[in-house]
Every structure is written in structure tokens, then in C-alpha cells.
Design a protein around this ligand. Structure first.
Ligand code: C2E
Ligand code: CA
Ligand code: CA
Ligand code: CA
Length: 278
């Protein structure tokens, strides 16, 4: 019976492996999807809290899959990383942004920030610096300010991260620590690295304006940011109450559905023509 169990287990394992790697071939799918133009980007406005004027956009990737429909990035970025495909996928993203850049330039003020999410596997890839340089060369010269959005979990190799950050600043990129407050050693990282922005995770913003008291962690984060003279961006702002609270508490930039959903280039242009939207 034991042997039978072991054989069954093995067969089940093999079947699972077959389905995952041969039938679905996620790696091959991503490569094909790049070729077939199934990926596209959306842009989510980031506004200055004092004026509500647009100061930049965060670029977010989408996969329009022929049978599965819209696949959100949370579902394919990790896959791409595991399959060693994050570099080609991000290069593709860079091309998509470069293609939109002339149109973006018409809508956004000089110095507008383009927030790009960098996956940890890419940060640690050998080609990272060259990839960024190639991307910059594809954009209109001296117009946009690139902001690389990086999460805490990407900085496990502290020595490498420190050197990379130094290089990025030297090359004129800005760095945002993304999803701030959701990791473990956040405060230590703040001391150690020279971030330009902290993006406060939407989990903290959610709590504002509900019957529960505002998170003491959020209060602490804001106090700390002020004392360290860090520029703050609130993510996931969904109500005017939240926006008002954040403005009163000195948060510099706001991003979220209440300001604007992530928009395709066409929708962004439309919103630009009807500025009442912001
Ligand atoms: P993120 O960097 O934290 O991006 C913000 C996410 O919050 C986006 O989800 C955005 O659509 C969503 N969001 C914005 N405002 C609101 C709001 O008011 N309420 C709620 N509930 N959600 C809001 P999205 O586009 O599904 O992206 C999820 C994550 O996938 C991103 O989180 C980012 O970590 C990753 N990602 C997206 N695009 C890329 C990419 O091009 N490269 C890499 N490496 N990662 C990406
Ligand atoms: Ca981000
Ligand atoms: Ca985030
Ligand atoms: Ca996130």
C-alpha cells in the first residue's frame, strides 16, 4: 500500500508538473504575448495635494489575454520573474512607454514624474543599468523625471542596493520606496538609503475616514517623514475625506481612484481635455 501511495503521489506530481509547465507554458506565453502585442500600459495620475494639479503618472502594466481576458500585473509579474522573463518584459514596457512619450509630453508639465515599478529580479540583473540607460535614451531629452519605484523586499542585498541607489542618483533617477509600511524593517531602510519619496501603502489610507481611529502607524510614518524631510505620496486615495485628511497632515502627493483610475493613453488625453476631472 505504501508503494502504491508513493507511485500515485509521483504520478500526481508528474501530472501537476505537466499541466503547469507543458500545457500552460507560462514562460512561452509571456514571450508570445510580447510578440503579439498583448501587453499594454495604463497611467495613473499623481497630483500635488495642495493644488490638485497633476505632477506625474505611475505606469502600470496590463495583459490583454486572448482567452483569459485582462490579467492583472500581480498575476504575471511574479511569474515573469520566476521564469527569468522580467528583463525582456520590462524592456518591452520601456518600449511601450517610449512610444507614448511624445503624447505624454504634450499633456504633462516639464519635469513631470514617470513612476516605473522595478521588479526585484530586474534590479539584481546584470543588464539593469544598461536597460535604464537605453530607456532614457528613448525618451524626449531632459523632459521627464524618472522615478523608480522599489519595494523593501528588493533590498535584501543591502550592499548591492546601496551601490545601485548611488548610481541611480548620480544618473539623475529618483527613487521611491513603494508600499511603505507593509514590510518588516522599513524604518531601518529609511535611515540607510537615500530615498526621494515614500509611497504610503493603501492599507493605511483605507483606514482614514472610517469609524476606526486613524492608524498610529500612519501617524508615526508621517511624523518620521516630516522629520527626515522625505516627500510623501499617498496611494489608494478613494474618498475626498481621505484627500482632505492627508492634505491637512502634510502629505505631498496623492494617488488613487478618487483622483483618477489608471487610464489608457487615450483616456488620459480625454481627461486632459476636460481638466475638471482632476
Ligand atoms: P503598486 O505599485 O502598489 O501599484 C498600485 C496599485 O494600486 C495598482 O494596481 C493600481 O491600479 C492600484 N490602485 C491605485 N489607486 C487605487 C485605489 O484608489 N484603490 C485601490 N483599491 N487600488 C488602487 P495594479 O495596476 O493592479 O498593480 C498591482 C501591482 O503590480 C503594482 O502595485 C506593482 O507592484 C505591480 N506592477 C504593475 N505594473 C508593473 C510593471 O510594469 N512592472 C512591475 N515590475 N510591476 C508592476
Ligand atoms: Ca508602485
Ligand atoms: Ca504601491
Ligand atoms: Ca503593491
Amino acid at each position: 500500500a505504501l508503494l502504491l501511495g508513493a507511485v500515485c503521489g509521483l504520478l500526481a506530481g508528474l501530472l501537476c508538473y505537466y499541466v503547469l509547465t507543458v500545457r500552460l507554458r507560462p514562460g512561452k506565453e509571456i514571450t508570445l504575448a510580447i510578440k503579439r502585442g498583448q501587453f499594454y500600459v495604463v497611467y495613473q495620475p499623481v497630483v500635488e495635494s495642495e493644488t490638485m494639479k497633476i505632477r506625474g503618472v505611475e505606469v502600470l502594466m496590463r495583459w490583454n489575454h486572448p482567452t483569459a481576458g485582462e490579467i492583472p500585473p500581480d498575476a504575471f509579474i511574479n511569474f515573469a520573474e520566476a521564469q527569468q522573463l522580467i528583463v525582456p518584459l520590462t524592456r518591452h514596457l520601456f518600449e511601450l512607454i517610449a512610444r507614448d512619450a511624445p503624447a505624454l509630453k504634450k499633456m504633462l508639465p516639464p519635469g513631470a514624474k514617470l513612476g516605473i515599478n522595478i521588479a526585484p529580479a530586474h534590479l539584481h540583473a546584470e543588464s539593469f543599468q544598461q536597460d535604464l540607460r537605453d530607456f532614457s535614451a528613448m525618451l524626449p531629452a531632459n523632459y521627464f523625471q524618472l522615478v523608480l519605484e522599489i519595494t523593501e523586499r528588493d533590498m535584501l542585498n543591502q550592499h548591492l542596493a546601496m551601490k545601485l541607489f548611488e548610481w541611480m542618483h548620480h544618473e539623475g533617477y529618483e527613487i521611491a520606496i513603494d508600499d511603505f509600511g507593509t514590510g518588516h524593517s522599513a524604518l531601518i531602510y529609511l535611515e540607510r538609503y537615500a530615498f526621494d519619496y515614500i509611497k504610503i501603502d493603501r492599507g493605511f489610507i483605507n483606514a482614514i475616514g472610517t469609524e476606526t481611529v486613524t492608524s498610529p502607524v500612519l501617524d508615526a510614518v508621517l511624523t518620521l517623514a516630516r522629520r527626515m524631510k522625505l516627500v510623501t505620496v499617498a496611494e489608494g486615495v478613494e474618498t475626498p475625506e481621505q484627500a482632505a485628511w492627508l492634505r491637512e497632515h502634510g502629505v505631498n502627493f496623492l494617488q488613487g481612484y478618487w483622483i483618477s483610475r489608471p487610464l489608457t493613453l487615450e483616456k488620459l488625453q480625454q481627461a486632459h481635455r476636460e481638466p475638471a476631472k482632476y
